[in-house]
Ligand binder design. Structure first.
Ligand code: CP3
Length: 348
């Protein structure tokens, strides 16, 4: 959940000299920033430093990051003709810099911890491409989805093809798992998610895992007595993450992902019960908790681990991205505490 970033002085030092896009597009800088949190904290995996939106440049969209405003797309998609004109690039050409950064990061990490790659999921990418930046109500995105089903289908199909190719290229370059960020899909009603978004997520997950898309009535393959930790069995597990999706957990099971990331708006065990067996769950500390005093942070982290109750397949994490100005010593102490507390409690 944004391991690297502005809360770290080491990151701010690199950012003082380079723009975000320069860091993302210069493999040596991206790797330096990828490794900063690994050096600073007891983390169990590294996340390649990149961003959700640069892969849209290869499709024909013009992207900048503006101070205070976040990402801006200067030629947002406004007509079916704009969507028809989008290219589906070869990731090796359009985002070769991230693939190079992955190879370099793998060498530097030398298997000390696994490396996680990531991509935006089709809906979340579509929302930026259509709105031209961050949005409160996703008005134009939902309008297109409802009013122009053919254009929506074409856009989501192109994004799914791009995302699948990009994720597979990251796996080929060496990542050990891929996280798909559908950060804003929780803005949808469950029926709209099921009809207009889920089939494309299923396509991406199936392509990444080299399988046929999962259909509604096909249960995920659960191994011996339901005890399979699917993450361990998969060459590159897929993590699907969204926020505000507590009302659609049974739909998330149908994505086919190995791991579902949940935010803090639901108790972890309740989410897990709704997701069902055979899935791993990632989460779910409110990132704002890190601004509290240490005893409160410890109490909240312990409560999450207690709800996970030592079941295999819980990945302790924040429920969403770490915030700027988060106290760095709280992050360090949290990582240590999670290790200590879970080594006491895990039942093997
Ligand atoms: O975890 C990591 O270390 C990997 C880095 C990472 C970044 N972005 C780098 C970044 C990851 C995983 C992302 C994902 C991302 N990018 C998402 C999904 C995450 C989520 O919150 O659900 C989204 C929506 C984006 C697009 C994006 N990029 C936004 C909305 C912003 C915020 C703009 C702002 O000014 O706050 C960014 C910028 C960005 N991406 C930063 C970082 C570290 C901060 C920019 C900076 O250094 O100035």
């Amino acid at each position: 959940m944004r391991q690297a970033g502005r809360y770290m002085p080491e990151y701010r030092a690199v950012r003082a000299r380079h723009s975000l896009l320069e860091i993302v597009k210069t493999p040596e800088l991206a790797v330096e920033v990828t490794l900063q949190p690994i050096r600073a904290f007891e983390l169990d995996a590294a996340i390649i430093f990149a961003d959700l939106l640069p892969p849209l440049e290869g499709m024909g969209l013009q992207l900048t990051y503006e101070k205070g405003e976040g990402p801006v797309i200067h030629n947002p998609l406004r007509t079916p003709a704009d969507i028809a004109a989008l290219r589906v690039p070869d990731s090796r050409e359009s985002v070769g810099y991230t693939l190079d950064a992955i190879r370099l990061a793998k060498r530097e990490l030398a298997d000390r911890v696994p490396l996680i790659g990531f991509a935006g999921a089709p809906f979340t990418l579509a929302s930026y491409a259509i709105e031209g930046g961050s949005s409160r109500d996703y008005r134009r995105t939902k309008q297109l989805m409802h009013a122009q089903p053919d254009a929506w289908h074409l856009l989501m199909s192109k994004l799914s093809a791009m995302v699948s190719d990009y994720a597979l290229a990251q796996i080929a370059a060496g990542v050990d798992a891929v996280q798909l960020f559908d950060s804003w899909a929780g803005a949808l009603a469950p029926d709209d998610y099921a009809e207009h978004v889920l089939p494309y997520v299923q396509q991406c997950v199936a392509a990444i895992k080299g399988q046929e898309p999962r259909t509604e009535n096909r249960e995920p393959s659960v191994g011996l007595a339901g005890s399979r930790f699917s993450v361990l069995g998969s060459p590159a597990p897929v993590i699907y993450f969204g926020t505000d999706m507590s009302g659609m957990l049974p739909l998330l099971r149908q994505t086919g992902a190995d791991v579902i990331g949940v935010d803090w708006r639901i108790q972890l065990d309740d989410a897990w019960a709704q997701l069902g067996p055979g899935l791993a769950v990632q989460g779910n500390l409110d990132p704002m908790t890190l601004f509290a005093s240490w005893p409160r942070i410890e109490q909240r982290a312990a409560a999450i681990l207690d709800r996970a109750a030592g079941r295999p397949g819980h990945i302790f994490n924040l429920g969403h991205g770490i915030l700027t100005e988060t106290p760095v010593d709280h992050v360090a102490r949290l990582a240590e505490f999670v290790h200590e507390y879970s080594s006491d409690r895990v039942t093997r």
